[in-house]
Design a protein around this ligand. Structure first.
Ligand SMILES: C[S@@+](CC[C@H](N)C(=O)[O-])C[C@H]1O[C@@H](n2cnc3c(N)ncnc32)[C@H](O)[C@@H]1O
Length: 456
């Protein structure tokens, strides 16, 4: 018997399974690959994307609900079966336009299609019980305020919720988690070497693509739907790069000038490298280093699509190559590998993949890269350190330790490099950091940036 199954749910299942099996690090890569390999209707594509990201965003809450109606512990439910349950419960909770009966039927079909026939009754039983008793469960859990209950309700791992609670307090952590569970605005950076922001907005309008000027960075446009955008001829012509405004502000803070020599030590896939090239009008030299060769090729592709010849790429380890590059740079950027806790809104998979030990390990790596980077800065030159993490260990503590060991560097307060609207993110020490007490859903991703100057 052949089973007709929804393309969207099939795609969502496959992408989520790859993540659970540890075959991919980022959902985006796997979803894009799936889309490239299979012809999908626009509606299916939208639903698949919604389910993949929705399930990952709400995984903690979904598992909590499933556990209430399952006679097995979540950890002992077969991976494939658990994914089918998460996909189904997500739709029942968040996608009101899909009739519950269709969700339950599709759940059973998925089980058959992916050879989990023996689990069909188990899945069916949980979904039906969920539909019958969901209100009762909601009432019971709305009174619970302990860390276990709250981390489930706000769908974050307990260790993360707990550590943020001691830093931001209950109100702050709830606000931060709520922010992380929102769907982020989609921003693109206009390649002003080729086209102005208004001209690109006009071209989008002709294609009936909605967009508006971004408010935190003068190079951006907010485009509500980016579906299929990389297939758009305007993208292929190199008119823009998909990038959040928080990330755009980093290159603005570096403030590169035409004719300068610039080193970008952790550069792939090239968001900031290409932005720097754009700001200097492609006049100067940018050496872009990364230790991941595959990601480095993405810079090459981006530079050739966008028309930047000033960028030279090199594969290398940012902890060592400083001594190899016998050159003093005007500006050096360390956009360090980090835990990514500032971009959970955009990459919800990160919260389930990380542990506290990662923060400890990353801090060590970040310090090593920064310690090496400083030897490439010329006297009076500038060193910028950035992460998309909100953790003190990866940000302030790295900088404080660096400055106490390198007396020839001073912290330069960030002031006029960024537009007025973004200045609310400057801390009293002079760092750039968007934190939960000031963010709203239109805020950029939470980036941390420190700017330092070599004084001798
Ligand atoms: C935050 S990402 C950089 C994003 C990039 N700057 C952009 O704007 O598109 C960090 C990068 O550091 C690279 N990386 C990790 N460890 C490294 C090391 N030891 N040396 C150089 N690069 C490293 C990763 O491969 C990753 O591409």
């Amino acid at each position: 018997m052949s089973i007709r199954i929804s393309q969207a749910r099939k795609a969502a299942f496959k992408v989520l399974l790859k993540f659970e099996k540890g075959e991919i690090k980022f959902l985006k890569e796997s979803l894009n690959q799936y889309i490239e390999d299979h012809k999908m209707q626009k509606n299916d594509l939208a639903l698949a994307t919604d389910i993949v990201y929705g399930v990952m965003r709400w995984r903690g809450l979904l598992d909590f609900k499933i556990s209430k109606f399952s006679n097995k512990k979540i950890s002992s439910i077969d991976k494939e079966v658990l994914i089918i349950l998460r996909i189904s419960v997500y739709q029942l909770l968040f996608l009101n336009k899909i009739p519950p009966r269709a969700v339950v039927d599709e759940g059973a079909k998925l089980a058959y299609y992916f050879r989990k026939r023996s689990a069909a009754d188990f899945i069916n039983g949980i979904l039906r019980e969920f539909l019958r008793r969901r209100d009762e469960l909601d009432k019971a859990s709305s009174h619970e305020e302990d860390i276990d209950a709250l981390s489930n309700l706000y769908s974050h791992p307990k260790w993360m919720f707990e550590r943020w609670m001691s830093r931001f307090g209950l109100k702050g952590v709830k606000r931060l988690c709520k922010f992380n569970n929102e769907i982020p605005p989609n921003a693109i950076r206009v390649n002003t070497i080729k086209i102005t922001r208004s001209q690109l907005a006009e071209l989008f309008k002709e294609q009936k693509i909605e967009c508006e000027f971004s408010k935190y960075c003068e190079d951006g446009l907010i485009v509500p739907s980016l579906q299929g955008i990389t297939q758009n001829p305007l993208f292929k012509k190199g008119y823009f790069y998909i990038q959040d405004e928080g990330s755009m502000l980093v290159s603005r803070i570096l403030k590169p000038e035409p004719g300068e020599n610039i080193l970008d030590l952790c550069s792939a896939p090239g968001g900031k490298t290409t932005h720097i090239a754009q700001i200097i009008g492609n006049k100067g030299l940018i050496i872009a280093i990364d230790n991941n060769f595959r990601r480095l090729l993405m810079i090459k592709e981006n530079c050739s699509r966008m028309g930047f010849s000033a960028v030279k790429i090199t594969c290398g380890d940012g902890r060592e190559c400083g001594s190899l590059i016998k050159m003093n740079f005007d500006k050096v950027l360390v956009d360090a590998p980090c835990s990514g806790t500032g971009i959970l809104r955009r990459n919800p998979e990160i919260k389930w993949a990380r542990s506290y030990n990662d923060i400890v390990d990353l801090k060590k790596l970040q310090k090593e890269i920064l310690n090496n980077a400083c030897y490439c800065v010329k006297p009076d030159g500038v060193l910028v350190y950035s992460t998309c993490s909100i953790e003190l260990e990866e940000n302030q503590e790295v900088i404080e330790s660096f400055l106490s060991n390198h007396k020839n560097f001073i912290l330069k307060k960030i002031t006029d490099e960024i537009p007025q609207e973004a200045k609310k993110f400057i801390t009293k020490e002079g760092y750039f950091q968007s934190l939960p007490n000031i963010v709203d859903n239109s805020s950029p991703d939470a980036f941390f940036v420190a700017k330092m100057k070599k004084v001798s």
